[in-house]
Design a binder for this molecule. Structure first.
Ligand SMILES: [Mg+2]
Length: 412
C-alpha cells in the first residue's frame, strides 16, 4: 500500500467569523482507497501549518508506505534539519494522526487497541466554568456540577480588568469580543496582577463553601505571574485542595518552577506551550510538575504524545493533555484513544464541541456523566463530512494583546 494523495485545507469550525478556531486539516488517500484524516493546530498561525504541509512535507509522502508512522515522524522532524518549532510540530501532528487513522482502518482496530488496549473504561474530563464576578463564576460551576461534571476549571474576571482577564467568558484569550469598529488584530486589553491575586483565593473559598468536596476544582493562571507571585497564590489556594494549578509561569523559566515547588504542595500542570518531548522532559525528570499538558495537534501528534506519557510514567507524572476547541476534533479523538490506553492518565480537558461540530465529525468521543468514551470503530472512529467542512471558510484569528496599566506587554 502506498500514499497516493495528500490534501490540505484550513477549515473554520465556528460559524462566527474570527472567533476561531481554525483547523489545518489533512486528508491522506492510499492507492487502495483507504483514507486517513488528521488535523494540526496553531491558533493565529494556521495558514503557516497548512502551507508547510502542502508545499514542503506532502511531496515527500507521495508513494511512501503509510504503515511507517514512526519513520515518517522521524523524516519530518529530522530530515527537515531545523528541528521542531511550533509550525513543524503542528504540521507533523496532522500527518501523524492521519497515518495512525489509516493504520487502524487497515487493521480493523480502534487506535486504543493499537496502543496496547484500554487501561481504563472511560476518561475523566474537566469543563470550563467562568464568570464576570465571583457570584457568576459560582453559578457557572454549580451548573457544570448539575450537568454531571466531576472536575471543573473555574476562572473569574479580575475586578476592574474584566476584558483583559483570561478564560473568564470573554472569548479565547480572554480579550472579549471586539467592538464593531475594532479590528481584531489591533485589539488591546488591560490587566493587572495584584487584583487578580486577591480575587482568585476569594473565588475558591466561596466555591468550597458552595460545592464542598463533591467536585475537583482546577484553575489556569495562563503564564501571567512571576514565580514568587504564583508561589503566594498556590499557598493561599492550598486549603481549597485544587486538582491542579495550570500554567503558573512561562515555560521557559524552569528555575522559576523549581522555586514554586519549594513553596507549595498545590499540584502543578504545565505543557500546552511545549512542542515536543524535549521541552517536557526536564520538568518531568526534575519532578517540577504533576501533570504534563502537551497538545496532540501542537506537539507532533500521537507518536510524540505516546512517548511523553511513557517518559512521565516512572516519575509518577500524570497526563492532562491539552484539549481546548483549537486542538481540533480529530486530534481530540486521538487524545482520548491515548488517554484510554496509558497507565498514567490524569485528566482530560473538554473542548466543549457543540452539536454543529459533532455533525461535521461524526463519531467524536462521547461525553456522559463527566467522562469521555470512544466507539470501537477502526482508527480514530470519526467520519468527516468533507463536503460541508470544505464550505467552512478560514477567518483570520488574533489573540488579543494584553498590556499593563503603564502600557507594557503582558503575557496573554
Ligand atoms: Mg492553559
Amino acid at each position: 500500500m502506498r500514499i497516493a494523495n495528500v490534501e490540505v485545507f484550513v477549515a473554520g469550525l465556528s460559524r462566527t467569523p474570527g472567533s476561531g478556531p481554525n483547523c489545518p486539516m489533512v486528508k491522506i488517500t492510499t492507492d487502495e482507497g483507504l483514507i486517513g484524516w488528521g488535523n494540526g493546530a496553531l491558533s493565529g498561525g494556521e495558514q503557516a501549518v497548512a502551507t508547510l504541509i502542502e508545499q514542503h512535507l506532502a511531496p515527500r509522502l507521495i508513494g511512501a508506505d503509510p504503515d511507517r508512522v514512526e519513520d515518517t515522524w522521524q523524516l519530518f522532524q529530522r530530515s527537515t534539519y531545523w528541528r521542531a518549532g511550533r509550525v513543524l510540530a503542528g504540521a507533523t501532528a496532522a500527518i501523524d494522526i492521519a497515518l495512525w487513522d489509516i493504520k487502524g482502518k487497515r487493521a480493523g482496530l480502534p487506535l486504543y487497541s493499537l496502543l496496547g488496549g484500554k487501561s481504563r473504561d472511560k476518561v475523566l474530563c474537566y469543563g470550563h466554568a467562568a464568570g464576570a464576578t465571583i457570584d457568576d463564576a459560582v453559578q457557572s460551576v454549580l451548573s457544570y456540577k448539575e450537568r454531571g461534571y466531576r472536575a471543573i476549571r473555574a476562572q473569574v474576571a479580575t475586578p476592574g480588568y474584566e476584558g483583559g482577564s483570561y478564560g473568564a467568558g470573554g472569548g479565547q484569550g480572554g480579550g472579549g469580543r471586539p467592538a464593531a469598529d475594532e479590528h481584531p488584530a489591533r485589539r488591546v486589553r488591560t490587566w493587572e496582577p495584584t487584583p487578580y491575586l486577591r480575587a482568585v483565593p476569594q473565588l475558591f473559598e466561596r466555591l468550597r463553601q458552595e460545592v464542598g468536596d463533591s467536585v475537583e476544582l482546577l484553575h489556569d493562571v495562563h503564564d501571567r505571574l512571576t514565580p514568587i507571585q504564583v508561589a503566594q497564590l498556590a499557598r493561599e489556594l492550598e486549603p481549597y485542595h485544587l486538582f491542579f494549578l495550570e500554567d503558573p509561569i512561562p515555560v521557559e523559566n524552569r528555575d522559576g518552577l523549581r522555586l514554586l515547588r519549594e513553596h507549595t504542595t498545590t499540584p502543578i500542570a504545565i505543557g500546552e506551550r511545549y512542542s515536543s518531548k524535549y521541552d517536557a522532559l526536564p520538568a518531568i525528570t526534575g519532578q517540577l510538575i504533576d501533570y504534563v499538558r502537551n497538545g496532540m495537534s501542537k506537539s507532533g501528534g500521537l507518536t510524540e504524545l505516546r512517548k511523553i506519557a511513557v517518559l512521565a510514567e516512572p516519575f509518577q507524572v500524570k497526563t492532562a493533555f491539552q484539549g481546548p476547541a483549537d486542538i481540533g476534533p480529530l486530534a481530540f479523538a486521538a487524545t482520548v484513544h491515548l488517554d484510554l490506553a496509558i497507565p498514567n492518565f490524569g485528566i482530560q480537558e473538554d473542548p466543549h464541541y457543540g452539536a454543529d461540530v459533532h455533525e461535521l465529525f461524526q463519531g467524536l468521543p462521547h461525553w456522559s456523566d463527566g467522562y469521555f468514551t470512544v466507539s470501537d470503530r477502526p482508527g480514530l472512529g470519526v467520519e468527516v463530512d468533507e463536503a460541508r467542512l470544505r464550505q467552512r471558510p478560514y477567518h483570520p484569528f488574533f489573540f488579543p494583546v494584553i498590556r499593563r496599566e503603564d502600557g507594557a506587554i503582558q503575557d496573554p
